[in-house]
Design a protein around this ligand. Structure first.
Ligand SMILES: [Zn+2]
Length: 413
């Protein structure tokens, strides 16, 4: 480890920034509702910008609102090391999901300032726009525009449930920037995040070294039946799309159970029924499903198992069942070099740690296909996340922040 191995972040200072963040968009149960590009997101972004500028950073904002606060390095030609995550939350979200990763990046900058440490590479603290996708779909759209996988125009045209476009929302809070942020201009990315699952907390392990990500397959199923009166229509003549949806839901669930011993999971997570009225048999249901597994090959098998069952589900429900669209992500491995830096820091600092895969989606998974990327997990209480009661203690996060600091220092030189 470097000669700066004894440098420690100011955890009390980091905690007070987390507490300030927890006041912006607070819910009655003590969580956060800070939807992407909402007024509260604007307040938080301005607070973050003020903190970064006070720490001597310059702020760059791109047309999708990604924010990058740059602390200059010694070498004017060296590409910057990105550190960060996201400041937006779910509708009933917690105070730490994403936020910890951004504010820990800020704390690293402040710590380096305290000690007058100049790195060779610049350090750039990033806040990705709309990671959660709770207001605008798809999630992780800021990092997808950064990598070029999605166009700015595509992103700007997304609408929320009130019909407001993402572009209009960006302009309303004043975060439609004009800086060009592209992977080519950066060296690497480090993302610290709460685990959002129970493993570290249950086993009392201080850190997760995230070596890669579960493979994820999402798909939209359409069930088509026929409307009719719920009274006079005889049972044998009914084609109730909600019955088809029920069979689909159970089939998806069974595949998750079939694969759960090797880490498989499956979910039906959304359902829209039409006409969704009293007295009438629904003729159309659109449902969104999700399957996850550590292995890309198994995820293909899981999907095939579902497709193979469709004829039987159609027969049982007398509805037509089609998979309208599907998408996949994850299943990748993080950069061995950057990951080794986090593992080495954990070892030298004497923290208990384990290698694991992330089961949730993160911006780092988009970026990993373009830049050397590493992720570190801290435990969170009972693994609870995307919940207002999501919680960590200062002691839970201290090892992660220390390891993040040392790994970033090692990479930035
Ligand atoms: Zn997150």
């Amino acid at each position: 480890m470097s000669r700066y191995a004894n440098i420690r972040p100011d955890m009390a200072r980091l905690w007070s920034t987390l507490e300030r963040s927890a006041q912006i968009g607070t819910t009655p149960r003590g969580g956060l509702r800070r939807l992407a590009l909402s007024e509260d997101d604007g307040v938080m972004r301005r607070q973050f910008q003020a903190w970064c500028e006070a720490a001597g950073c310059t702020m760059e904002i791109d047309p999708i609102g990604n924010m990058v606060a740059r602390r200059p390095g010694r070498d004017p030609d060296a590409k910057a090391v990105l550190v960060g995550s996201h400041l937006d939350t779910q509708i009933k979200g917690g105070r730490f999901d994403g936020i910890l990763g951004v504010l820990a990046g800020l704390e690293i900058v402040r710590t380096l300032n305290d000690h007058g440490i100049e790195t060779r590479r610049p350090i750039a603290v990033v806040n990705w726009t709309n990671e959660e996708g709770a207001r605008f779909e798809p999630p992780m759209i800021g990092s997808a525009v950064f990598t070029g996988e999605k166009s700015t125009q595509f992103a700007w045209e997304r609408t929320d449930k009130d019909g407001i476009t993402l572009g209009a929302a960006l302009e309303a809070i004043g975060f439609a920037g004009s800086d060009i942020l592209r992977p080519e201009a950066f060296d690497s990315l480090f993302e610290l995040h709460i685990e959002q699952g129970p493993r570290l907390d249950e086993q009392k392990i201080q850190l997760g070294i995230v070596t890669g990500a579960f493979a994820v397959r999402g798909f939209v199923v359409e069930v088509t039946g026929e409307t009719g009166h719920v009274g006079p229509t005889p049972m044998p003549k009914r084609r109730n799309a909600l019955v088809g949806a029920a069979h689909v839901t159970l089939a998806v669930e069974e595949i998750g159970w079939l694969m759960h011993e090797t880490g498989g999971k499956s979910t039906t997570m959304r359902l829209k029924a039409e006409p969704n009225l009293l007295g009438i048999l629904p003729d159309h249901v659109e449902m969104t499903c999700d399957m996850r597994h550590p292995s890309d090959e198994v995820i293909r098998t899981m999907m095939q198992l579902f497709l193979d069952r469709v004829p039987e589900l159609e027969e049982k429900s007398r509805c037509r069942i089609t998979v309208r669209e599907s998408w996949s992500y994850g299943g990748m491995t993080f950069d061995p070099g950057c990951t080794a830096l986090t593992r080495a820091a954990a070892q030298q600092l004497g923290y208990t740690h384990t290698d694991l895969l992330t089961e949730a989606g993160h911006d780092a998974m988009h970026v990993a296909n373009y830049l050397p990327t590493a992720m570190i997990f801290t435990p969170c209480e009972d693994g609870l996340s995307h919940n207002e009661l999501e919680n960590v203690t200062l002691a839970d996060i201290e090892p992660g922040v220390n390891v993040l600091l040392q790994a970033v220092l090692a990479r930035a030189g």
